[in-house]
Design a protein around this ligand. Structure first.
Ligand SMILES: C[S@@+](CC[C@H](N)C(=O)[O-])C[C@H]1O[C@@H](n2cnc3c(N)ncnc32)[C@H](O)[C@@H]1O
Length: 267
């Protein structure tokens, strides 16, 4: 009896937690066996999402992106420089920093700060800047795009390639982008960066045994999956939750290119 009295006050929170947990899953019929199974719902998937490139895949990712320098980063850099050839740029989710390197090669009056969650990729980005002899124009640091350390209106332009699809809090990132941009400044988000349409074979051949093993393991366990662009509807809903009013979205089918401008509405 005493046990029941003890259990009773605990029962309500236990049931509430259980109900909450069940709400994070949805029921699906397994196509193979017909058995009903529970799989994480969209909210749970977002919560479980891994934003940063896992450390064990960093070298695999660096090798893949290196193959995209000529056909992706260089043309994108040219486009950015034709829009802005002096001032301070912030590159969110900078990875190994190939895009910032290509930009400052073309614009000696541009300085760039690149931010990324991954320590390994920031280390690689610093090494790439040093190799190109461009450390004086490039700064790379570990940081979260959803909580930037910079003051309001610090940057002339914000750029980002290949990060949007992996974000847990895209609205927070776009709000931070708006905050740190100067009035009239633009933010360009290209996602996912389609870097090496022809480099796949060459890239696979360049991987060591360990790199192939971890790549297969992470993709097999679905921890790392091929990136897909967000739907246009989702992108619009993210932008509309921010103060960006002036924006354009180009749908290139396997990549979206978002260009937003910060314009104050004076009261
Ligand atoms: C697919 S990579 C693209 C890297 C680089 N921009 C490029 O085009 O090669 C996405 C990068 O975004 C970083 N990332 C994801 N979420 C982030 C966040 N909230 N803040 C900063 N970096 C983030 C990951 O660690 C990863 O390096």
């Amino acid at each position: 009896m005493a046990v029941l009295w003890l259990f009773f006050p605990l029962a309500t929170p236990i049931v509430a937690v259980k109900q909450y947990m069940w709400r994070l899953f949805e029921q699906h019929s397994c196509w193979h066996t017909g058995i009903m199974i529970k799989i994480p719902n969209a909210k749970m998937k977002q919560w479980l999402k891994i934003e940063r490139i896992p450390g064990l895949l960093a070298s695999v990712y660096i090798k893949a992106t290196r193959m995209g320098i000529d056909n992706y980063y260089r043309p994108v850099a040219e486009e950015i420089v034709s829009n802005m050839n002096q001032g301070l740029i912030l590159d969110l989710g900078t990875g190994p920093g190939y895009l910032p390197v290509e930009i400052v090669k073309k614009a000696s009056d541009v300085n760039i700060i690149g931010v990324d969650l991954s320590r390994k990729l920031i280390k690689a980005a610093r090494a790439n800047a040093a190799k190109a002899g461009l450390e004086h124009q490039l700064t790379f640091e570990v940081g979260n795009s959803a909580r930037l350390r910079f003051k309001d209106e610090s940057f002339d332009m914000v750029i980002s390639t290949g990060m949007l699809h992996s974000l847990k809090k895209p609205v927070a990132v776009f709000r931070e982008t708006y905050r740190v941009l100067k009035n009239g400044g633009q933010a360009w988000f290209y996602d996912p960066a389609i870097i090496a349409p022809h480099g796949g074979k060459e890239w696979k051949a360049s991987l060591t045994f360990h790199e192939k093993f971890f790549f297969k393991l992470f993709t097999g366990l679905k921890i790392h999956q091929p990136a897909k662009p967000l739907s246009l509807q989702k992108i619009r809903s993210i932008i509309e939750a921010t103060d960006f009013k002036d924006y354009q979205i180009d749908d290139l089918k396997d990549e979206v290119r978002i260009k937003m401008k910060k314009v104050y509405i004076s009261t």
